[in-house]
Design a protein around this ligand. Sequence first.
Ligand SMILES: C[S@@+](CC[C@H](N)C(=O)[O-])C[C@H]1O[C@@H](n2cnc3c(N)ncnc32)[C@H](O)[C@@H]1O
Length: 380
Amino acid sequence: MDDPASLESVSGDRVGRLLQQARAQADPEGFLSFDRWMELVLYAEGLGYYSRPRSPFGPTGDFYTAPQVHPLFAASFAERILGVRVQLGPERPFTLVEIGPGDGTLLAGIVARLGPQLDPGQDVRIVLVERSTPLRSAALLRVREAARPFGLRVSTAESVAALGPFEGVIVTNELLDALPVRRLRWDGSAWRELGVRFGPSGIRADQGPPADPVSGPPLPTAPPDGTVFEFSPAAEGLVREIADHLVAGVWLLDDYGMDEDELLQAHPDGTLATVRHHRSGADPLADPGETDLSTFVNWSRLRSVARAAGLEPIGDRSQAETLGAWGFPRLFEEALARAGSSEAEVRLRLSVKNLLFGFERFRILEWAPVGRAAGFRIPT
Ligand SMILES: C[S@@+](CC[C@H](N)C(=O)[O-])C[C@H]1O[C@@H](n2cnc3c(N)ncnc32)[C@H](O)[C@@H]1O
């Protein structure tokens, strides 16, 4: 496997099999909608970007997420989760779920901070819902390791629905931006579906038939001709699934996005982005399965879906503001006091600067089941 030629043929074979699967799903004219393309190239079992044995995170991967910048990020989440647990009543069964934990860095960091503050024998379960097989294994190992000293139960689940109704906290970090999106273009009189087209000379980006009807909030009406609009039925389905199963507690949701008006104005060509080895690419069809694809979250649409499904907002601030409200300044002071050397102190300050100012477009939203939110709100 060290021979570059054999590596190339393995990856070539993988791309070939991905393309075959995509071709099989295309319509008789060779057209496949973008959400189905994105679903395959990111998640096809054993073939998609997140199914590869190589980790997408960190210096040797393609991108960093906030939990990888510094453990203070996870520590702040742990503070917030403890607060919710106190509100729910420490004697009650409590479930902490992370959906899309990737390699488990955030959840392991949370568990390491929560563990010492939970009494042994309390009914607490920690659950990972991660669809990538290699990442699920890595996360389970990491989180179990963090939970072992405290005797906490850690398991995996196929989905939130598989847990049945529960009380507790759901965490998602950079999950929604990685879910497949439909891309529509306004042609002056109707929305047309965008996607990929298979032809004799390969695949190309193309426009398909008029878009199928959209469930949920209505599409924007009559934007400038050529406007591209992205939305994620998968993300909206997940919101509904969470609303149906989180009986009491809070969903803490960190991601980047914009409100719909701002998206249409600032990104009339859409927000689809590709990244590989920490560089963005120009062609979203290049290197299928080797390149990450993501889009901005449409906050307006998701808020509306959440409300209709029975979730109400109890927090909606920038990542930096939310961390501040969750105790970040005190945690930072404590970490500084423990730094031990001026070099460690400088490193800590740089990481904190990155956490607070490097995730500009990120917001942390907090949603709770309607009617069960009162005690969970943190004053601004
Ligand atoms: C951008 S990564 C973020 C990973 C991690 N939360 C972090 O911040 O480092 C998105 C993760 O969500 C996972 N994922 C995507 N769709 C999912 C779904 N429907 N259920 C569970 N995990 C999912 C992916 O496999 C991937 O691990």
